[in-house]
Design a protein around this ligand. Sequence first.
Ligand code: MN
Ligand code: MN
Length: 308
Amino acid sequence: MTTLTKKEDHSLYANAFGFLRLPMDFNPVQSGTDLIITGVPFDLATTGRSGARFGPEAIRKASVNLTWEGKRWPWFFSLKDHLSVADCGDLVFECGNAQDMSDTLFQHADRLLSVGKRMLTFGGDHFITLPLLRAHAKHYGPLALIHFDAHTDDYDQGGKFDHGTMFYHAQVEGLIDTSASTQVGIRTNYDHKNTPFNILDASYVNSTPVAEIIDNIRKRTGNRRVYLTFDIDCLDPAFAPGTGTPVCGGLTSDRALQLLRGLEGLDIVGMDVVEVAPAYDHADITALAGATIALEMLYLQAAQSKAT
Ligand code: MN
Ligand code: MN
């Protein structure tokens, strides 16, 4: 163990570091920054292959590849000029206790939102979005959900802690306004006659011009505040094999990034990237996709600050 020297500060590989080598801040409520990143190493709600508990560290590690570019293409400005961000590390909860994770994450988010922070959270499995939505809806009212996924995650079957049921519970609890909500990239069974969501399935998304898709999402959202959640399995397994429930026929990473950038200007009040499971990954491509999506989310926030 040696003290960091100035030279080592410039290494992309020297440990330890937060997302994008941003400063770590373990007292995020007191932090002087606009936005707080939190990892949630939780995968007890997975129905298929577990392993997303290692998502946050994989995303952080892959994110070092994204730090060299000061002004980022195609934004052509520097994130740090318009948004200050700190990484508060991973949520600490009682190991094996899903209820404790859920309560602890809600309280963590509630405290941050109470002092006006914005949040970007790394899963963990997709269940983590439910306590996050509870906290965000408490502060902002019912939200438009913009949800990228291969699955609708609104199944009314399943246990209390199940990463396929959050958006059923979110409706029952009044956390989201489905009339303003869109699900993007769906390619598994859903109640296509009765779904209250605007579902843009993978076939539509893969065969429709990006501008048209963006227009569709924005019209549905209207002026509602948005919670943006990205399940990495929205991407095709060719672009994101490292996830618990991969489904063929998904989006390319390029298409997903273009769609995300198309959300610029919407009032996005909360964001997460979930379901990166590095044990099934190859060459860190899923982790890099997750880190890149997370960075684009930060740029969406920065663009919002830049415009105001
Ligand atoms: Mn999914
Ligand atoms: Mn999901």
